[in-house]
Design a protein around this ligand. Structure first.
Ligand code: ADP
Ligand code: MG
Length: 403
């Protein structure tokens, strides 16, 4: 997640960062017991402060995982150094407890666990040192109640974990919501586009059809011509039907009838239809379908959806690879999975799926998945793509089970 793409966020970040760096510098320069005693400790403190300040200030430019790891390591080193350089300043112990909180602010789950483990390891070493070597000479405040301090530390880590968990759950929820809003917006644009295009085509078709009907009934034309006219009219009817269907997707029509469909029989039909298409590159469609899966939908639309998905899977597959189609019941839903071992997709490619005219194929239309999203939405279903470049794609559909 890019956090600093707005100027306001950036400004706020830098303002807070300068404040923190200023406080740290005061700590180094004002009433520091080691000041004037320029030895290893003071130099180490200064060097780490500079490193930390640089990492904080440079972070918005990079925002990458390696940079975040560096930031956490430098912060950890800085606070542990303070803890060991200034044993009389007991409050440095508080900072040690809060080190993992920084990765919560960076919205990085793995980094949080890393930081939690690293901190646990370092505090164990520190407590061992205080208990066995120091024995309360410099760390009297910790040694006198070692168990209490250990418990407090563990408690602080538990609280941090709780905060992290709740924040993370909220973020995930918001992410899903954001994706849904994005998809809804995408569908809206697509619908308007489809309606406009279909409308434009329908008008000239009606005019041409009208003339043909007129000529068909006109005795000035020879019989064989008239036969051609009626053929042309049939073809135009067909074209009109296709456009009506397309319009029905753009403007979901209440009249397209839903019925209780046996998923297996629909999949058998679709597989039969696509068998020859698959054989062009020696791709077989393998079915693993449970008999008792029923959904409520319009059979033509469900077929259209499955044809699009299986066709895409075949087109992505290398020569001779199979496409696996599964259907099972799962917690009141029917789950249909279309799995291929084809070229796969990157995260960016997946986020573009369903956008009208998005296609990576030389002869692709980029409309197939847009239609799929519409159909899935119409029947309260969900569609999910899981894919990695080079290792194939699994499309998972879920529809409420029809009893
Ligand atoms: P089209 O098939 O006409 O290109 P689609 O909307 O069906 O349009 O698909 C859009 C794009 O999504 C495809 O061009 C392809 O790049 C990608 N895609 C869809 N399904 C798969 C799949 N199973 N494996 C790899 N890429 C896929
Ligand atoms: Mg397609």
């Amino acid at each position: 997640m890019k956090e600093f793409h707005t100027t306001l966020n950036r400004k706020l970040y830098y303002a807070i960062s300068f404040g923190i760096i200023l406080l740290m510098t005061f700590g180094l320069l004002i009433s520091n017991p080691r000041i004037g005693n320029i030895k290893m400790g003071y130099t180490l403190h200064s060097v780490l402060l500079v490193l930390l300040a640089l990492s904080i200030l440079l972070y918005p430019r990079y925002e990458t995982r390696p940079f975040r790891v560096v930031l956490i390591i430098v912060t950890t080193a800085y606070f542990y150094t303070l803890f060991f350089l200034y044993p009389d300043t007991w409050s440095t112990f508080i900072f040690l407890c809060f080190i993992p909180a920084i990765s919560i602010l960076l919205f990085d789950t793995k980094l949080f666990y890393f930081s939690l483990v690293l901190n646990g390891f370092l505090i164990t070493l520190s407590f061992c040192y205080i208990y066995t070597v120091d024995q309360g000479a410099r760390y009297y405040h910790i040694e006198t109640d070692l168990v209490g301090n250990i418990l407090n530390f563990a408690g602080s880590q538990a609280i941090l974990y709780f905060i992290f968990h709740v924040t993370n759950m909220r973020i995930q929820k918001q992410r899903v919501y954001y994706e849904q809003v994005q998809n809804a917006e995408r569908l809206k644009t697509t619908g308007q586009l489809a309606a406009a295009v279909a409308h434009e085509i329908r008008n000239p078709l009606t005019v041409v059809k009208g003339f043909l009907q007129y000529y068909e009934g006109n005795d000035d034309f020879k019989k064989e011509y008239k036969r051609n006219f009626s053929l042309m009219i049939d073809e135009l009817d067909m074209a009109e039907h296709v456009i009506s269907q397309f319009l029905s997707i753009a403007k979901p029509d209440k009249e397209t009838r839903s019925s209780r469909i046996v998923v297996k029989s629909v999949l058998d039909d679709v597989t039969e239809l696509l068998k020859t298409y698959g054989l062009l590159h020696d791709n077989h469609i393998e079915l693993q379908v449970k008999e008792d899966c029923y959904v409520s939908a319009n059979p033509i639309e469900l077929k259209q959806l499955l044809i699009n998905l299986i066709k895409n899977a075949i087109e992505a597959s290398p020569h001779g690879a199979n496409v696996l189609v599964k259907a099972v019941k799962r917690k009141g839903m029917v789950e249909i999975e279309v799995k291929d071992n084809g070229r796969g997709m990157s995260k960016e490619e997946i986020s573009l799926l369903g956008t009208p005219f998005y296609s990576l194929k030389s002869k692709g239309t980029g409309l197939g998945l847009m239609i799929c999203y519409n159909i899935v939405g119409k029947y309260n279903g969900t569609i999910e793509f899981s894919s990695d470049p080079g290792s194939g794609t699994t499309v998972t559909l879920q529809f409420p089970e029809s009893s």
